[in-house]
Design a protein around this ligand. Structure first.
Ligand SMILES: Cc1ncc(COP(=O)(O)O)c(C=O)c1O
Length: 352
């Protein structure tokens, strides 16, 4: 996979966005208040990071020197790729550094690996999306520099056992890292972060784009041992996180009631999706994230287009390994999910 293959979702803003796993309810009102209170001098000056880093570290239960803020988790992934997957200048080996990417996966891992000169090694999925531990271990070579894991996974919503992450970390060649993308961990309620001190070759990535509704401001974080993060920090732009994002993050983290409300909506929405799929006889995978992968079969492309024509945007994941004939639907605010399901049912029935 290269950057040329990246199918960036079209810019569809005048309908119901259920295709990019965003927070369909928007951010906390406290975030808007904090942004409205931004002063001219705060915008004129390069942003200070200490209070936002401290707040984020407190939120994740780690010391501030174990955390780096990033311009969205996307920047964190690229920084990890730059730090660990660039062929080194004094490298006499003809082999490119390798990144193992169990499939299906967030496509950016393989793209970033190839952009920096590394080689993505794709591990094919098991039929039920259970984590392919043995296959991942078998793919590790002396050239493996990064294993990209996502827990719970995107686009399946399926989680992997924490022990599997530890096993992969224990088998990594010296100097390599396991990257655990926890973009959806807020929905799952589990995290590898407390395990990090015992596993210094693991870096966890988090985002505030999903449960906290800050996707438009671009704010994420990397957590790991200071020495493991050191080369990654060098690959993050000096002031890449802007002042509005830091202020928004602090406000969002304070409004715990808002996030808890959203997590409840997501749980209720997923139950609605499962019930609808059961009624329609559609296969789906129980999700620990804020979306559900549904097998709608050969008509998936036509279904997604028909829903789009009605202003409901879904994501066709048919080209991902193991996801043939599948679409992914964001489960956010219950009312939005109901609207999405109604259109899905309408176009499904029309297609029959
Ligand atoms: C697995 C995964 N990682 C990272 C990201 C990107 O997060 P951010 O919006 O913080 O860049 C996404 C967004 O969809 C994702 O699904």
């Amino acid at each position: 996979m290269s950057i040329d293959d990246y199918d960036k979702p079209p810019e569809l803003y005048d309908g119901l966005r259920l295709h990019q796993n965003e927070n369909t309810g928007g951010c906390s009102p406290r975030v808007l208040e904090a942004l409205a209170a931004l002063r001219a001098d705060q915008i004129a000056f390069y942003p200070p990071y200490k209070t936002a880093v401290d707040a984020c570290a407190r939120h994740l239960g780690v010391a501030p020197d174990r955390l780096a803020l990033t311009n969205g988790l996307d920047e964190g992934i690229m920084a990890v790729a730059i730090a660990y997957l660039r062929p080194s200048r004094d490298n006499t080996s003809p082999e490119a550094p390798e990144a193992i990417v169990p499939q299906p996966a967030f496509e950016i891992f393989a793209i970033d690996a190839s952009v920096v000169g590394g080689r993505a090694v794709l591990v094919m999925p098991r039929p039920d999306f259970a984590f392919a531990l043995d296959e991942v271990l078998a793919a590790i070579t002396p050239n493996t520099r990064v294993v990209f894991l996502t827990n719970p996974n995107n686009p399946t919503g399926v989680s992997m056992p924490m022990d599997a992450i530890k096993t992969v970390a224990a088998r990594m060649p010296r100097g390599g890292v396991v990257f655990v993308d926890e973009a959806y961990a807020d929905f799952a309620g589990t995290t590898f972060v407390p395990e990090l001190p015992a596993h210094p070759n693991v870096v966890v990535g988090r985002t505030f784009a999903k449960a906290y509704g800050l996707a438009g401001l671009r704010i994420g974080a990397l957590v790991g041992a200071p020495a493991t993060l050191a080369p990654v920090r060098q690959a993050i732009g000096v002031y890449s996180v802007n002042v509005a994002a830091t202020i928004a993050l602090e406000a969002a983290l304070q409004d715990t009631a808002y996030v808890e409300h959203y997590l409840r909506q997501v749980r209720e929405s997923k139950a609605l999706v499962y019930a609808t799929c059961d009624r329609l006889g559609l296969k789906y995978w129980k999700s620990d994230a804020n979306f559900v992968l549904i097998r709608t079969g050969e008509r998936t492309g036509a279904l997604v287009d028909a829903a789009s024509a009605r202003g409901i945007y879904l994501r066709d994941r048919s080209s991902d390994p193991g996801c043939e004939g599948c679409l992914r639907l964001t489960a956010g605010i219950v009312e939005h999910t109901r609207r999405g399901l109604a259109v899905l049912e309408e176009v499904l029935c029309a297609a029959l």
